[in-house]
Design a binder for this molecule. Structure first.
Ligand code: UDP
Length: 572
């Protein structure tokens, strides 16, 4: 384990800020030491399954190689905490919120503990009685889910300072909850619920009512009484209006998530993690990891043999993470051990397309997305079956849907998830998750007044090879935020280096759907719109994602949020 690793300046900055060990503020760990720490710690799980020390050492070496070649990286909490005091390795959690003061405030405490360790939490607030409903013990009136969400938000804000990273929350409310209208509009005020992503839990009954122009029922979760009837289309339009104005709330298709719930006898899925890619049962956690697809394209071809080996090793790594992880609550440990969910996904998808010469907004990209994810899905199942033979199936296997499908054994209730890879893609130096490039050239502010011009490495290489590289041209691209329509750039290159805003929303959804088709859990994806996009455009995308069987959708219209995190010419 002494191979040196080549990292970009951006990657080093990120690692130094949060990932490498520090002593009194001074970094005491090199990136190589970090990967060594992680590889050794995660390989220790092998001892539980009777492996000899020498075999464990070999596996640690394999893990080290896998990560230092940047073929695969686990989610940030694993990199930060494996082999350190915290040892909390999972990025995603869902906690239940029951309709009682005890449950609400217990859950706030649990969420704080999870945030402290770098995990994100998702909650459904759908079980809370609505505003102005009766409180039997006091004779008073209930405050409703939204006012309690504000308490969760304040708690997150306070924990933020001391944690390994910013705590993130997902808040879900079912579309048939009586407080749904207020929930839909809450984020139009951008000072509200700043530590939350919000999604409306959409049901099939609601979508049918939208399509047929009918009403649907709002139900009080405390007693099951129908409180009101609303026109589904009007609520849908309101949702679209809010998404158009502020990008929130997103939507998740609840029934669809439950159709693919591998353990319906254990519980119902009512929420996802903060970025929406991981539906989980109450108290469940999941650790994620991503294969860097760009690394597997050589000389214009995808190396499936190499990819197969990397997938197998990654599945083993993620299964080990479950055993090595320490969770802040016994309930979490119990269900995580019983279902053993893992989520292997990809990053560098857009970069791999560029290396293959396929524009992101093309049928070719959709076909490639299905092919590659189909392969990953299949190989993770093979790897998980092999692990089941070696280590036993996940304890809830007999109660899961798999025996009914003729499967004899599986180590993990789920194996695939497409994460955003917000940070690990920076470490790997590739495009994030399955998103298109955000920019080809951009200016980054360094120190006070200095600007650094960053050029996408694949673009720079091509531009130099094809003889059209010049500083002036790169500056022009950075100014415009696109290579489209710039004189001096060959047409095929203009088509290949498309950025998020050059791509029509329909292509964004089609790529998301292609990945979803072969992903057990869900897919993190933002559908980008120009500032001029209309409400009708957003509606079309919501309907398309429903039709193409996505599990949810998040839209973002450029400039619709004041505190936009990413803008042209400025990346985090
Ligand atoms: N997450 C979080 N806080 C953050 C970023 C991420 O809690 O600041 C959680 C959240 O559940 C998200 C998941 O980590 O859905 C995966 O995010 P991402 O892939 O961007 O994480 P990375 O491993 O790249 O840091």
């Amino acid at each position: 384990m002494n191979k040196k690793i080549e990292l970009s300046a951006n990657a080093l900055t990120v690692l130094e800020r949060r990932y490498l060990k520090k002593d009194k503020g001074k970094v005491t760990e090199k990136p190589e030491d970090m990967f060594k720490r992680v590889a050794q710690n995660i390989s220790e799980a092998e001892l539980r399954y009777g492996k000899e020390d020498s075999e464990v050492e070999k596996i640690a070496n394999d893990f080290y190689e896998l990560m230092t070649k940047l073929d695969f990286l686990p989610n940030s909490p694993t990199l930060m905490n494996a082999g350190n005091e915290l040892q909390q390795l999972a990025a995603c959690f869902v906690l239940p919120v029951e309709d009682s003061m005890e449950s609400i405030f217990e859950t706030i405490k649990h969420a704080a503990l999870i945030h402290k360790s770098g995990g994100g939490t998702g909650f459904s607030f759908s079980r809370l009685r609505p505003q102005r409903d009766r409180v039997l013990t006091t004779g008073g009136v209930a405050s409703g889910p939204i006012s309690f969400m504000k308490v969760f938000n304040a708690a997150t804000e306070a924990v933020k300072q001391g944690g390994t990273r910013r705590g993130a929350n997902m808040g879900i409310l079912r579309v048939d909850h009586p407080d749904i209208l207020e929930f839909i509009k809450i984020k139009e005020d951008n000072k509200e619920l700043t530590n939350f992503n919000l999604s409306v839990g959409i049901t099939e009954a609601f979508m049918e009512a939208v399509e047929k122009g009918e009403t649907y029922e709002l139900i009080n979760p405390r007693n099951g009484e129908v409180v009101k009837q609303l026109m589904a289309k009007e609520v849908f339009d309101l949702l679209i209006d809010s998404s158009w104005k502020s990008g929130e709330p997103g939507i998740i298709f609840l029934d669809r998530m439950n159709e693919t719930n591998p353990t319906p006898k254990i519980g119902e899925i009512e929420s996802t993690n903060p970025c929406g890619e991981q539906p989980l049962l109450p108290y469940e956690a999941c650790n994620l990891g991503s294969i860097n697809l760009a690394n597997f394209v050589n000389k214009g071809k995808l190396d499936y043999k190499h990819l197969r080996t990397a997938i197998k090793l990654s599945v083993r790594f993620l299964d080990n993470v479950i055993d090595m992880g320490q969770y802040p609550l016994q309930q979490i440990t119990d269900i995580v051990q019983a279902n053993r969910k893992i989520g292997l996904g990809v990053m560098g998808f857009a970069d791999s397309l560029i290396k293959l010469g396929i524009p992101y907004n093309s049928e070719g990209a959709v076909t490639f997305a299905e092919e590659i994810m189909g392969f990953i899905q299949q190989e993770t199942k093979v790897a998980s079956e092999e692990l089941a033979q070696e280590r036993g199936s996940f304890p809830n296997f007999e109660m899961s849907v798999y025996p009914g499908k003729g499967m004899k054994g599986l180590r993990n209730a789920t194996t695939t998830t497409i994460a955003p890879t917000g940070t690990i893609s920076i470490i790997a130096g590739v495009s994030s998750g399955i998103e298109p490039l955000f920019a080809v050239c951009y200016k980054r502010n360094i120190l006070d007044n200095d600007e650094l011009l960053e050029v996408h490495p694949l673009f720079e290489e091509l531009a130099k090879n094809r003889g059209f590289y010049s500083e002036g041209l790169m500056e022009e691209i950075a100014e415009k935020g696109t290579v489209r329509g710039i004189k001096g750039i060959p047409i095929d290159i203009q088509q290949l280096f498309v950025t998020a805003h050059d791509i029509s929303p329909q292509w964004h959804v089609q790529i998301q759907a292609a990945f979803q088709k072969y992903t057990d859990n869900a897919v993190s994806k933002t559908v980008n719109f120009h500032n001029e996009a209309t409400r009708e455009d957003i509606k079309e995308v919501f309907m398309l994602s429903y039709k193409l069987k996505c599990k949810g959708v998040t839209v973002y219209r450029d400039g619709s949020r004041d505190n936009q995190v990413l803008t042209k010419g400025d990346v985090k």
